[in-house]
Design a protein around this ligand. Sequence first.
Ligand code: PLP
Length: 407
Amino acid sequence: MNAAAPQPLDLDAIRAQFPILTQKARGKRLAYLDNAATTQKPEAMLQAIDHYYRTSNANVHRAVHELAERATLAYEGARDRIAAFLNAPREQIVFTRGTTESINLVARSYLQPRVQPGDEVLLTGMEHHSDIVPWQLAGAKTVAAPVDDRGALIFEEWLRLFSPRTRLVAVAQISNTLGTINPIADIVREAHARGVPVLVDGAQGIAHLPTDVRALDVDFYAFSAHKLYGPTGFGALYAKREHLEAMDPWQGGGDMIRTVAFSGSTWNEVPYKFEAGTPDMAGAVGCAAAIEWLDALGVERVAAHEHALLEYGTQRLQEVPGLRLIGTAPHKAGILSFVMDGAHPQDIGTILDLEGVAIRTGHHCTMPLMERFGVPATARASLAVYNGADDIDQLYAALMKVHKLFS
Ligand code: PLP
């Protein structure tokens, strides 16, 4: 193993691979800082999808002709690539529409059949609605551990909230609103010591932290391709084999069955018993291409780049009079949420847009967290591999305009 510090990234070369970033926005240079919502797409991923449709498109698994064989190879090859990225066995990767669907699958197929009235899912106060509502729909009570004033999970409080009714722990790898990186290894260790399985919502983690699901020993890991430089509408669920085997399918249709009769049906092997209907073949191919692209850069180098930029951004934003950062946890990824005296986040977003700066404003699908911090909404700038100090400087200049207008 090479223990040397990660090599800096060649930002110009990276940016040149993102056609969308060469555009202007409102006549200004585009500073795209809405990456927690979705990332932009590199040429390699766009070409992979284009190539798939031009050369290999057919329905998978069900025909003997050459195109179907090619489509199946591409689709199953994508599963290999995605599995390798997470260090998972291929048959433990279930393809879904994204993080939300992956969590709903676990809620419906794993939790719901096992849940009794009063049973609990233990969360943190920083979870996305996608990691709250599915558990409630499955009939569980959601219990959330508090976060401190900096936005870090209060671990002792989280431990205190375990009860004999705790059926599952679910936690974001990285908070989409605060940027807080949660201590997944500690969480898994403590939950397992109490016999409770753990689902990790990897929506914000997968593109920004090296992730090894087996080393972390998580039971379930959910992610979306579109937050990883891949296409929208595609994602996956990793799950331990014993869970997948014990879970019933949640959707019925083609491909998920072994036999069908009017008297009853039997299920295909894992992971196919969870993949009913014609899947998103191009999505799988695009996701694998995005992973290939990111892996070639090295997630550790990307994380180091984004961390340096986060530090620079934190410093610059603190120079803006009347700006308050929401989320300053010691372990943090590239997300800068803030509010400003006298300016509603919606106004901040609108003014920044006129300056070519794309950020997100609102509750970020974390309403309980907004309540915790006593704000209706925040403005949020979120970083990705193609961002640089120039984007932060453009954000800073635009925020100074907001300050002048509202002070
Ligand atoms: N969890 C977190 C932490 C997120 O940030 C998001 C999306 O913003 C989701 C879940 C849901 O992801 P998707 O909408 O891609 O299913």
